[in-house]
Design a protein around this ligand. Sequence first.
Ligand code: NCD
Length: 313
Amino acid sequence: MRHLLSAGDLSRDEAILVLDTAKELAQVSGRSVKKYPTLRGRTVVNLFYEDSTRTRTSFELAAKRLSADVINFSAKGSSVSKGESLKDTALTLQAMGADGVVIRHSASGAAHRLAGWVDGAVLNAGDGTHEHPTQALLDVFTMRERLGHLEGLRVAIVGDILHSRVARSNVLLLHTLGAEVTLVAPPTLLPVSVHTWPCAVSYELDEVLPKSDVVMMLRVQAERMKDAFFPTAREYSRRYGLDRERFARMQRDAIVMHPGPMVRGMEISAEVADSPRSTVTEQVTNGLSVRMAVLYLLLGGSESGIGNQEGQA
Ligand code: NCD
């Protein structure tokens, strides 16, 4: 594979390879010298057309830990139309010889388009409401670390599924890895095509909670909503928020996940977010290792299974 555009493109073996490589690379964070020379002389461009805290800094640090040169291109505030500006930018990056381009864009499909314009590897860091494959990889990495296995794991993904690229990528990857996913949301926050996704669907959080090993809460993506999708924030929170009472009804070993940014008091209470069974900060830590693994496999590793084999250093 040359690019990472969709979590659904990964075979089971490729996904496991990323997770195992990430596990190996995680050890570097504990060393006094935190860098590998693997991507020395390679250039990684971070092309962020949308706001980001975790994903952007994580990709930047991951590339630096592998000794790549990193260019951060922030397109915020640009008024040029999407298709045109993206293509022009791509041609510029191409002319500079970028080996890898990490792109976040508000248009679903932007990463796919970019992949047709540049020679380097394209890594999708979130395209509109479509996909966010490295988030899914870091999420399954976290589940495997915490719970020891993925096969047969019962995962509930709760909240604004309609606007969530995190949900779609997780459903695809978890299905590939043998987990059972149930999406939980009000009908208005589910995509019409959800019956074609490889997962179950429920409107009742209280029914799904006690049967789940993992409960992944999602933020209500107000910035992507033009209309009202539920009566009030309070009403949403009452039915779909993970508060102390609901948390108490989860299985004893079940974990709570959230990709961030969290809206405390809305989809998750502060108490639950800060509980030892919440993996929110571990997810961020694991994100670094997973992104190092993906960059290594796509840009560098001659022995890698999903890497671009050309031009090895
Ligand atoms: C998510 C995203 O941007 O899709 N965040 C992330 O990458 N950690 C989810 C969100 O914005 O709610």
